[in-house]
Design a protein. Structure first.
Length: 135
């Protein structure tokens, strides 16, 4: 996973910040993240048979956070499903489909705990911010 800050440049002007993206080159997707996530959210990856996940968490205790603040809050999980039953898997897991290609399907879920965070996104914001990488 990679986080990129995007800037525009003009002659004789300071760079102007535009947006930040998280990218998964292996799974060929990226998501435009809210600027409030900068230095407040981290991502972890996981996988089981035919399902890869990337989960975004709000820092609470990790990386030097305040241990009195409680557990880190999961904000969003992006799934990459492969195999012959991706639609069935997405339905069974209660996922929102974000897109698909010949190799698999991207989907997302917002955990219930996300509502406890000021950094939570709505599913419509996730759908709008998610992009497939194009070769």
């Amino acid at each position: 996973l990679y986080m990129f800050d995007w800037y525009s440049y003009r002659m004789n002007d300071a760079p102007e910040y535009k947006l930040t993206t998280f990218r998964s080159a292996a799974e060929r997707w990226y998501i435009v993240i809210p600027s409030e996530w900068h230095d407040a959210v981290y991502a972890t990856r996981g996988s089981t048979a035919g399902i890869s996940t990337t989960t975004f968490y709000e820092y609470r205790t990790a990386a030097g956070g305040d241990p009195e603040a409680g557990e880190d809050i999961p904000l969003l999980t992006i799934y990459y499903l492969t195999g012959s039953s991706t639609q069935y898997q997405a339905t069974q897991l209660g996922l929102t489909v974000l897109g698909q290609n010949d190799n698999g399907m991207w989907a997302a879920k917002i955990p219930g705990q996300a509502s406890d965070s000021p950094h939570a996104m709505t599913m419509s914001e996730v759908v709008k911010a998610f992009r497939q990488m194009v070769d």
